[in-house]
Design a protein around this ligand. Sequence first.
Ligand SMILES: [Zn+2]
Length: 400
Amino acid sequence: MTTTRPGSLSALRLANQRRLLSALQDGRQISQAELARLTGLAPATVSGLVRDLADEGELVVGEGVANGRRSRMVQRAPGRLRYGIGMYLGRAHVEAVAGTEAGDLLAESSAELARGYAPDAAAEAVVALATEVRERAGLTPDQVFGVAVAVPAPVDVRTGTLTEPVILPALVGVPLRERLREALGRPVVVENDANLGALALTRRAGAGPGPLVYVKVATGIGAGVAVDGRLVRGAAGSAGEIGHLPLDPGLTTVCRCGRRGCLETVGSAESVRAALAGALRRDLATADVHDLIAAGHPVAVRVLEDAGEALGRGLGWLSMVVDPAEIVLGGPLTAAGDAWLGPVERGFRRAVLPGVARRTRITLSPLGESTEAVGALIASLMENSHIAVEMRTDKQDVNA
Ligand SMILES: [Zn+2]
């Protein structure tokens, strides 16, 4: 496999090519001027890249009219769609999907991981599963445009490293993206799972302009915030870590972050399981919790209502900062449907101003349990472009 030295002229050109192709990945025809605007690249750079990519058969160029003026129109050549691999690396398992830019899934696979795994074991499991799903999809390594890995923790996407020591501590400071890139020989993105969920939802048919908040509620609670279709990550990826909002410092439960009153101790799927197990005085697995909720067990219903209302209050706090048009919920509790959504809405409406309560839509993710994996697939096909476009301070990456 040929490797390109980071920072070299050819690496820069490749990054710019990827950015340009990403902007055209939905197959529509757009003008060269619009391409420059979308990619943040200089018009002369776009012009040169389009000429070369048309020579290589990647693009079709023609004359057309844009904004009332005759323009050079550019489109992806038919049959030149790319393939990517989207992955999820959790606390106890890893998942992978291989698919196309059009969102068609070609293959899926998953594997168990021992809890408390070492970084080496995690990297090996990711590489093995990425290879397995690629082979199942019938793809050669060179056909894979990129790989994106979702993790339930804050990530600095510039380096692909986890940044908060209390969440997935084994991986903090490990150069995960570099290690995977070396092992797989493809571009790799490592990104927070809720951010990737938000990315998937902003790309779905009929998505509004936002702002959109996607909330993954599982062992912890994380939010991905998208404004004007772009993710708000913060300085090092901790934006949207609402699981550690100090909702009620008087609460008795100490959070895994070492503080009291965090939202995840009262509003997460794990808090529902733990509260129910405590009330019924027996061990419960996640599947048992689902069964009790589905059967309408009065203790399960009460615990779910309390957790939903607490989550709604936390979302209210976030909304007073972001004022989202839409909040979308994901994670295992979505299986409970209205029995969970109703209390979340109630808690939310009590916590916000009347106008916000009236305007903000709260829904369950239409992508279900695949929300983060679909987001990772989209990110795998965008590779560096979505990061670079959002990080305009990194000028050397923007113009050739
Ligand atoms: Zn906490």
